[in-house]
Design a protein around this ligand. Structure first.
Ligand code: QAP
Ligand code: CO
Length: 168
């Protein structure tokens, strides 16, 4: 199965807003399979379609130790259940090599559809809640670096731009 190319910050394509998925067909299943393969080979815990330049509201998460429990969320909506925030050192496959602390609501309820279009709800806490919020941000064109100081964000941008020039 093909490994998809992951866009990297500051690529402007990462800023596009994704459109709802309306067709739950074989093509969607192939995309999910390719994205899973891509996430596992890159050793990520989460991947949004935006990151592989597909601007549809679809994301994957696998926070399991054995990397064998993928969760697929299509057209996810989020409701904050607790005003309490939790802090995590976040990274991103689109911002390779950088980890920074971000605060987000600790507990959220997600309403989404599965690969068959079936609606489901899930309450997520801690790392799963953080990860889902991080991935939904991608679908809205947002990145974790947007929560950092301008200085930190610019340092990350310069470093990655240098890397991209070298490999171009
Ligand atoms: C989002 O990120 C996340 O820099 C998922 O060199 C991460 O899977 C949410 C990765 C942490 C909450 C906490 C990053 C792999 C993977 C890198 C990822 C890298 C290799 C990031
Ligand atoms: Co990310």
């Amino acid at each position: 199965m093909p490994i998809l190319q992951i866009l990297e910050f500051p690529d402007p394509k990462l800023r596009k807003k994704a459109e709802p998925v309306t067709v739950f067909d074989e093509k969607l299943k192939v995309l999910i399979a390719d994205m899973l393969e891509t996430m596992y080979q890159a050793e990520g815990i989460g991947l949004a379609a935006t990151q592989v330049d597909v601007h549809k509201r679809l994301l994957l998460i696998d926070i399991s130790e054995n990397r064998d429990s993928p969760q697929v969320f299509i057209n996810p909506e989020i409701e904050v259940l607790e005003s309490e925030l939790s802090e995590y050192d976040e990274g991103c496959l689109s911002v390779p090599g950088f980890y920074e602390t971000v605060s987000r609501p600790r507990m959220v309820k997600i309403t989404a559809q599965d690969s068959k279009g079936e609606k489901f709800e899930k309450v997520a806490e801690d790392i799963l809640a953080t990860c889902i919020q991080h991935e939904i941000d991608h679908l809205d064109g947002k990145l974790f670096v947007d929560y950092l100081s301008i200085l930190k964000r610019q340092r990350i941008r310069s470093k990655l731009e240098k890397d991209h020039k070298k490999s171009a």
